[in-house]
Design a protein around this ligand. Structure first.
Ligand code: APR
Ligand code: PHB
Length: 389
């Protein structure tokens, strides 16, 4: 098997890169270890920045998103049982779209299958060979047999637990990492959202988030410990905590059947550089952010929005400037998102340290009362549109 760009992983990063390359007429093959059903039903985040929606829309995969996605012009910070609205659109001129990551993935897979470009499920990459040569190879298994895919570039879009990053020798890779002493227990509930806008709540019992997926489906989270066990969280306990943590005067949380639940731990991670020879990392394979800033999916799309034109310039014009600059350019946005996600995480989670909890309250009061502080939060939340990012 041969192609020009071998893409490992059919998450948002790999599928979007494949989509952009196919539109530009550059042969590429996507290899995904899981089944189509698995990647299409995996519940993940759901906040899209305008940069993300513009890219999907302008490349022909935004039709269902524009029909079913919900445009939000503000978010709410809730503390001391009081709502404080951050008027994102008024403060920045930009909005966000609430549309589940797995819906984006479904739309990209449908476009891929329609284009006829190769996408192999249950094809697991085992290793990369010769990534510093002009003919790297991806070794993968499918139907119990070993295969090789020869290519000119490998795009490592295989997420945090993928294998591509490990093809970079330790001496050439710098890793920055932080684990947080927090976890999120997330649920999908078959009940109309009790709010029109997302609510980020700070409470002495811990953080809670009320998000949504559609007029019939609510998405909610409670802070738990990172090594917590779902067995400790029967549905009644989840709702009890949500009622207490989200409480506000004159507001009611509506309960419904829980149709999905899971626990995620929170970490910050950056691998640098994002390019090694003919290997290009994108998305979670290169960086992880805690979900409080809603940046993970947007960073994955921002990476490939740089990478695709860089590869097009290489193949069509023979220039390597874009590829040479890829890592540095992408990492500027990644670090901005790291700082913002860290800020939001510290702003809202219950800390073990009472000094931190008091400092946090003061920060929240400041954001709620200072238009300058609110604008800073809002411009990061909607996605920085500044030169260099
Ligand atoms: N071979 C082939 N595919 C693999 C391998 C492998 N060895 N290892 C992992 N994969 C696949 C995974 O099954 C997954 O479908 O790579 C894909 C990576 O997709 P994501 O984890 O969704 O990562 P990415 O595309 O970078 O998107 C980042 O996902 O985790 C969220 O919050 C994150 O929203 C962000 C987004
Ligand atoms: C979600 O809807 O799943 C969601 C929203 C905002 C976040 C994280 C997750 O910060």
């Amino acid at each position: 098997m041969r192609t020009r760009v071998a893409i490992v992983g059919a998450g948002p990063a790999g599928l979007t890169l494949g989509h952009l390359l196919t539109l530009a007429g550059i042969d590429n093959v996507v290899l995904e270890s899981r089944t189509r059903e698995h990647v299409e039903t995996r519940v993940r985040a759901g906040v899209l920045e305008e940069g993300t929606t513009n890219l999907l829309r302008s490349t022909g995969v935004g039709e269902r998103m524009d029909r079913e996605g919900l445009v939000h012009h503000g978010v709410e910070l809730r503390f001391d049982e009081t709502a404080h609205r951050i008027a994102m659109s008024d403060l920045t001129g930009h909005s966000i779209m609430v549309y589940g990551q797995q819906e984006v993935v479904k739309d990209l897979i449908a476009a891929r299958l329609q284009s006829g470009a190769p996408l192999h499920f249950e094809a697991e990459c085992a290793s990369l060979e010769d990534v510093t040569s002009e003919r790297p190879r991806v070794v993968f298994t499918q139907d119990g047999r070993a295969h090789e895919l020869e290519c000119e570039f490998v795009a490592g879009c295989d997420g945090f637990h993928g294998v591509c990053r490990s093809a970079i020798p330790a001496a050439a890779l710098r890793v920055y990492e932080r684990a947080y002493p927090f976890g999120w227990l997330g649920i999908l509930a078959a009940v109309a959202p009790s709010t029109e806008e997302l609510i980020y709540a700070r409470h002495p019992r811990g953080f809670a988030l009320h998000s949504l997926r559609s007029p019939e489906i609510s998405r909610l989270y409670v802070q738990c410990s990172p090594d917590d066990d779902l067995a400790h969280w029967p549905d009644t306990r989840i709702w009890d905590e949500l009622h207490v943590r989200l409480a506000a005067k004159g507001w009611t949380l509506h309960e419904g059947p829980i149709i999905e639940k899971g626990i995620t731990s929170m970490r910050s991670f950056v691998a640098e550089p994002m390019r090694y020879g003919r290997l290009l990392l994108a998305g979670d394979a290169a960086h992880i952010v805690p979900p409080t800033g809603a940046k993970g999916l947007n960073l994955a799309i921002a990476d490939v929005a740089l990478l695709a034109p860089a590869l097009v310039d290489w193949f069509h014009a023979g220039t390597s400037t874009g590829l040479d600059m890829y890592s540095d350019t992408a990492l500027r946005r990644v670090w901005r998102a790291q700082d913002f996600s860290n800020y939001m995480t510290a702003l809202l989670h219950r800390h073990d340290d009472e000094f931190e909890n008091m400092r946090q309250l003061s920060r929240l009061q400041y954001v709620a009362n200072s238009p300058a502080a609110a604008r800073s939060l809002a411009e990061n939340y909607v996605g920085l549109q500044l030169p260099g990012f």
